[in-house]
Design a binder for this molecule. Structure first.
Ligand code: PGA
Length: 252
């Protein structure tokens, strides 16, 4: 039985005042015993403050990105050890916005996954195809390539403390989610690909769906056998919406 995860990616939104309001609502409406782990990923500059506000609650702190290198002369970067030091437990790596807007390669993403894992963080590895890839029937090929680079560098064993998020790029922030069938198909493909290396690890790996998850579609997506929760963008900025999504996640 895999315990699902619902993770909120706040992206570059918010301010101290807005975060305080959102945190207050999240705390006030928090379920006593959620059926899923609930991760919140604020912008880097607010991590410590939000982490302090959420301490002792059901919410687990996550970051949106991490440096692939350990320490040293890397101006503007933040290491996995630093994130761990301020109380982060999770970190998103390889989000499509970073891959596409900041040209992060599969190799760099794999190094970030490795850096996060080696410092005790749980990396959430995002993979997913663009619309043209899907239309050309190349979804599995793209996802396999993104996944394999990580499995080659880090080994399937690292997924014992690692999460995959399947996020079709065409579904992110567009209001057009993948259908539950489309999500299930790719999730099953991902699990099969991991199973080819280690069946036990594959059975235990949590694979999240991301891309226009909302209160209204979360349950039908999360009900599919290989969908173990979600990575939520826009809807994670509204407490009631995010908590409705959290409530839709059930161990399967
Ligand atoms: P969205 O973003 O829920 O706003 O589509 C998902 C994500 O980018 O993780």
């Amino acid at each position: 039985m895999r315990r699902p995860i619902v993770a909120g990616n706040w992206k570059m939104h918010g301010s101290r005042a807005e975060n305080a309001r959102l945190v207050e609502e999240l705390l006030a409406q928090a379920p006593a015993a959620p059926a899923a782990d609930c991760v919140v990923c604020p912008p880097l500059v607010y991590l410590q403050e939000v982490g302090r506000q959420l301490r002792g609650s059901i919410y687990i702190l996550g970051a949106q990105d991490v440096c692939a290198d350990t320490q040293g002369a890397f101006t503007g970067e933040v290491s996995a050890a630093m994130l761990k030091d301020i109380g982060c437990e999770y970190v998103i790596v390889g989000h499509s916005e970073r891959r596409l807007l900041y040209r992060e390669s599969d190799q760099l993403v794999a190094r970030k996954f490795s850096a996060a894992h080696s410092k005790g963080l749980v990396p959430i590895l995002c993979v997913g195809e663009q619309l043209a890839d899907r239309e050309a029937g190349r979804t599995n090929e793209i996802v396999a390539r993104q996944l394999d680079v990580v499995l080659e560098l880090c080994g399937a064993g690292t997924l014992e403390r690692g999460v995959i998020a399947y996020e079709p790029v065409w579904a992110i922030g567009t209001g057009r989610n993948a259908t539950p069938d489309q999500a299930q198909e790719v999730h099953a493909f991902i699990r099969g690909r991991i199973a080819a290396r280690d069946a036990k690890i594959a059975a235990a790996t949590r694979i999240l769906y991301g891309g226009s998850v909302k209160a209204g579609n979360a349950a039908e997506l999360f009900n599919r056998p290989d969908v173990d929760g979600g990575l939520i963008g826009g809807a994670s900025l509204k407490a009631d919406e995010f908590l409705t999504i959290l409530a839709a996640a059930r161990p399967g």
